[in-house]
Design a binder for this molecule. Structure first.
Ligand code: UT7
Length: 323
């Protein structure tokens, strides 16, 4: 059977680092509060004029170099973002142009913090149906541009960045020993659409708007929703927490990550954590974490890797793959 295998990975973080102490004089907060409640110590912030497409392009080039492919080898680009450069055209099309790719297709996918899991699942469907053979999947965000910098309950949590992977068609024998994506599970529930949202948009206010979140409410649902899609992945494959080599969760809050790992019986040594360095970079957080653990040698060929995310909508999902 056709499997979608990750053959390259890359990421990019803007050069400016904002540490917790740098909120001094911006909002009333403390390094102690932010570290204790979230695990975040710093985040990267895009420079003036540096856009989501700029970050995405750099991550894409790194992933293509890692896979040893060029733009002519790609069939499709799927870019997950909630902070596009423009209302339209899609940021993916801007990146496609900059990569010198004038064939195939490119489009954006929007599922906020679950964006990368949704985009990777979409890529997997296109590959398994034979529609595409090689897809560039990017998660890229400039959340600093939609934060209300007077609201301490949200502005300390998010950061900017981008990560990308190359996904290629390969053949497997249909068992959980295959390399590539083994199973994907997506969910959304619009009853929760007002718990984490942006209070602007082209059709409603004709403004970009700012991020608004009932943090405690999101927190309350997070572990249960994450557990739901991970158990679905285990059920579909017959695999379990004991089989995992690496758990690469969406990086929103270390307490949510620890709580989910504990509930699922995942060894803390197998959990990849980058939220301390990046904050919550929404759709970029999983590929940033994946790239960190791959480049430092933790993730190796044949390792079983579990991805999960939960975010605005609410949306949530999991991807279980063998590297
Ligand atoms: O990517 C997916 C979407 N996002 C998430 O997954 C985030 C989910 N939520 C969270 O991570 C947590 O709910 C937060 C980190 C946002 C907040 O942590 P919490 O433990 O739920 O705190 P809280 O909202 O219950 O606030 C506790 C206190 C409040 O003061 P009072 O009412 O107890 O006096 C807040 O006003 O902490 C106060 N507070 C702060 N204090 C210092 C809120 N933000 C700050 C801050 N600095 N930055």
């Amino acid at each position: 059977m056709i499997r979608s295998k990750i053959t390259g990975c890359g990421s990019y973080s803007p050069s400016r680092i904002m540490k917790n102490a740098d909120f001094d004089g911006i909002v009333e907060t403390s390094d102690e509060w932010i570290v204790q409640r979230t695990g975040i110590r710093q985040r990267h912030i895009a420079a003036d004029g540096e856009t989501t497409a700029d970050l995405a392009e750099k991550a894409a080039i790194a992933a293509m170099q890692d896979a040893g492919v060029s733009a002519k080898d790609l069939d499709l680009i799927i870019l997950a973002t909630s902070t596009p450069d423009h209302t339209f055209p899609a940021t993916a099309v801007e990146v496609q142009h900059r990569l010198g790719m004038h064939h195939g297709a490119a489009f954006d996918s929007q599922a906020v913090c679950s964006g990368f899991v949704f985009a990777l699942t979409t890529a997997d469907q296109y590959i398994r149906t034979g529609f595409a053979k090689r897809i560039l999947v990017i998660g890229a965000e400039t959340f600093s541009r939609i934060l209300d910098w007077t609201d301490r309950t949200t502005c300390v949590l998010f950061g900017d960045g981008a990560g990308a992977v190359i996904v290629e068609a390969t053949t497997g024998d249909g068992t959980s020993n295959d390399r590539g994506i083994l199973t994907c599970h997506l969910r959304s529930d619009g009853r929760h659409r007002d718990k984490l949202y942006v209070d602007g948009g082209p059709s409603s206010t004709q403004t970009v708007g700012h991020l608004r979140m009932e943090g405690r409410e999101v927190f309350r649902h997070a572990v249960g929703m994450i557990t739901d899609v991970i158990e679905a992945a285990y059920e579909a494959t017959g695999l379990g927490s004991e089989d995992l080599d690496w758990f690469v969760p969406h990086q929103a809050n270390k307490r949510i990550i620890d709580g989910s790992a504990k509930k699922l019986g995942i060894d803390p040594e197998k959990v990849v954590i980058t939220v301390d360095r990046h904050g919550n970079t929404s759709a970029a957080s999983i590929p940033l974490a994946l790239d960190a653990a791959y480049k430092d040698g933790r993730i190796k060929p044949n390792d079983l890797v579990l991805l999960e995310a939960m975010g605005g909508g609410f949306t949530w999902g999991s991807v279980l793959l063998r590297w």
